[in-house]
Design a protein around this ligand. Structure first.
Ligand code: AR6
Length: 173
């Protein structure tokens, strides 16, 4: 089942909330900053403990890593790294799709039955909102086809994003 909400993802009590992180995984601005602030210092320590795959890279673009949620209502944080938008012909759509697939697979492996996503890559990383939402909805629908009972929440920070998701999923007014 897909649910679309407008609000702050740090307040949601899904089994996992997804963080739009960067490859270092040590925090940043936007939703990443909000999640670290709300989860508390334990989250930073847990991220620091994620092994680097190469210097400065704990989670390569398009992949996902999982940590506890610490002070968040969510049990887990799934950290994924979206692509920086460079015009769309540098592999960005495939990398963004991979973020959604990897995050869902990792959450499911850890026993989650509900996962909330922010609009990955559409802030600082500049991915056009509508194109990103199409990919998100397509990947989530494909995942849900084989997982009855699983809930995915698209947590939109703006009314505009919420309307885009409602348009793509045929929900809302
Ligand atoms: N709850 C839900 N959505 C939010 C929240 C929140 N509390 N705060 C912001 N958003 P961004 P990116 C929305 O920039 O583009 C960081 O510095 C926001 O309105 O957070 O993937 C990381 O460390 C937008 O729709 O992530 C990386 O360096 C969406 O979250 C870089 O930014 C994503 O915006 C990642 O950039």
């Amino acid at each position: 089942m897909i649910r679309i909400v407008r609000g702050d993802i740090t307040t949601l009590d899904a089994d996992a909330v997804v963080n739009a992180a960067n490859e270092r995984m040590l925090g940043g601005g936007g939703v990443d900053g909000a999640i670290h602030a709300a989860a508390g210092p334990g989250l930073y320590e847990a991220c620091l403990a994620v092994p680097e795959v190469r210097p400065g890279v704990r989670c390569p673009t398009g992949e996902a890593r999982i940590t506890p949620g610490f002070a968040l209502p969510a049990k887990f944080v799934v950290h994924t790294v979206g692509p920086v938008w460079r015009g769309g012909d540098r592999g960005e759509p495939g990398q963004l799709a991979s973020c959604y697939r990897s995050s869902l697979a990792l959450a499911a492996e850890n026993g989650c039955r509900s996962v909330a996503f922010p609009c990955i890559s559409t802030g600082v990383y500049g991915y056009p909102a509508e194109e990103a939402a199409r990919i998100a909805v397509r990947e989530v629908r494909a995942f849900l086809e084989t997982r009855p009972g699983f809930e995915v929440v698209f947590c939109c920070f703006s009314e505009r994003d919420k309307r885009i998701y409602e348009g793509l999923t045929g929900t809302g007014d």
